[in-house]
Design a protein around this ligand. Structure first.
Ligand code: ARG
Length: 460
């Protein structure tokens, strides 16, 4: 029979197409390091409880290290006939060290083995992604500090609303990433639990010590229930969900970056090395990085739905369906990691075109609310003030003047409550400086928020 690991009860070899169709080694070989680390811990535990002798354990560990060296040197021949990474590694071990290699799988199944491998893999990848989020946030916070006084139009409905500071806008992005960071940290808690020892589904008759294996592999504890251990992929779905939220945030940031680099906004400049040109239009400088990140959010959302759908009708315990969890997980890790890396590299080099931002804020009647608030402070009811300012804006549209450009006499057409001091509130600087409370857009509030945001990151 073609398969030495389970061929015993079969009377014919697997159909060649079926073998290729059911094999996962093409993609799960990427788990070789985790597979070998898990096997070393398993063998070490088996020795501790007296199932393996010390010589047997040592031979297995030495052999596994040699297999790993072969893989890393590109000397390893992956076999589709051996289905997956687990059986490839085990067969290579036995080829290297002889029959004692066949003892490694004692008290274990591929079902608890693969669940362990993915958890080890995701744990490491989450740590890497967390570091990338922090790197991106560091860039945002640094830029926010530089741009604490820079005034730009704030938007609702993508229409100019009120002036804000660019630093304040960047710190809004930083808040999204703080929540993303916390979600990944929380997800990691449920990733870092050891399923090994559940064996196929019911546990094993050997006197295994799962707490010891957990300790060896850096897991917080072993899982509670053997059936749940081999069937649970919640942790992968949680990861895909946290990843989707991060990509949704990166996509929103991308959308704004793309808009801001356009000639119509002209708020920022991205460095040339993060952009590409056009093969036909010589003048073009396209913001490819944010566009591609925005696009990649789609496939990550897709992986979340794939994983949910993969799990939704599975009876306990392990089913081969679960082999389909790996590609969505790997692709999520790759593309989320790549997107975060590109953003973390790019953000520190965003150049604000401060004059253009300022111009745009002046153009859009963005201090209209300030004028209304001014009238209220002089005793007018807010609804009446709203009406007065609305009429002033209508006059401005028709005469081509912003509020700050009108003379006192022009403004007084709409209310004689308006006096000379109105020009203090109609300036952009006056408008942002007046929003001077915790969480507001005033430059000194932005500087205080920068300090708090830096502390959050420093305490991680
Ligand atoms: N390649 C399989 C997977 O990814 C490993 C577990 C297979 N177990 C089994 N009993 N066929 O899920």
């Amino acid at each position: 029979h073609t398969n030495v690991q389970w061929g015993g009860r079969f009377s014919e070899s697997t159909d060649a197409f079926v073998a290729a169709f059911t094999a996962s080694v093409g993609f799960d070989r990427r788990l070789y390091k985790q597979d070998i680390a898990g096997s070393i811990a398993h063998a070490t535990m088996l020795e501790k409880v007296g199932v393996l002798t010390q010589q047997e354990r040592d031979a297995i560990v030495k052999g596994l290290h040699a297999v790993q060296a072969d893989i890393e040197a590109g000397r390893f021949e992956w076999s589709v006939a051996l289905e997956d990474v687990h059986m490839n590694v085990e067969k290579a071990l036995t080829d290297k060290i002889g029959p004692v290699g066949k003892k490694l799988h004692t008290g274990r199944s591929r079902n608890d083995q693969v669940a362990t491998d993915i958890r080890l893999y995701l744990r490491d990848e989450i740590d890497h992604l967390l570091a990338e989020i922090t790197r991106l946030q560091t860039g945002l916070i640094t830029l926010a500090e530089q741009e604490a006084d820079t005034i730009m139009p704030g938007f609702t409905h993508l229409q100019t609303a009120q002036p804000v500071t660019f630093g304040h806008h960047l710190l809004a992005w930083n808040e999204m990433l703080n929540r993303d960071y916390e979600r990944l940290v929380d997800c990691r808690k449920r990733v870092n639990i050891l399923p090994l020892g559940a064996a196929a589904l019911a546990g094993t008759t050997y006197p295994i010590d799962r707490f010891y294996t957990a300790e060896l592999l850096g897991f917080d504890r072993p899982t509670e229930n053997s059936l749940d251990s081999v069937s649970d992929r919640d942790f992968a779905i949680e990861f895909a969900s946290a990843a989707s939220l991060i990509m949704m945030h990166l996509s929103r940031m991308s959308e704004e970056l793309v808009l801001w680099t356009s000639a119509q906004f002209n708020f920022i400049e991205l460095p040339d090395r993060f952009c590409t040109g056009s093969s036909i239009m010589p003048q073009k400088k396209n913001p490819d990085v944010p566009e591609l990140v925005r696009g990649k959010s789609g496939r990550i959302f897709g992986h979340l739905v794939s994983l949910l759908t993969l799990m939704k009708s599975q009876p306990l315990a392990y089913n081969k369906d679960n082999q389909e969890d790996k590609e969505p997980i790997f692709d999520t890790v790759d593309n989320l990691g790549g997107s975060l890396r590109a953003f973390a590299d790019m953000v520190p080099h965003i150049q604000a075109k401060r004059e253009n931002m300022r111009e745009a804020a002046i153009r859009g009647f963005s201090t209209a609310t300030d004028l209304a608030d001014y009238l209220v402070k002089k005793g007018m009811a807010f609804r009446d003030a709203h009406e007065v300012v609305g009429k002033s804006v209508a006059y401005g549209i028709q005469s081509g003047k912003d509020l700050g450009q009108m003379s006192l006499a022009e403004l007084q057409q709409f209310s004689d409550t308006i006096a000379d001091d109105v020009f203090d509130v109609l300036t952009l600087e006056g408008s942002v400086a007046a929003r001077d409370h915790f969480g507001g857009t005033a430059p000194n509030q932005v500087r205080a928020a920068v300090i708090r945001a830096s502390t959050v990151i420093a305490e991680r």
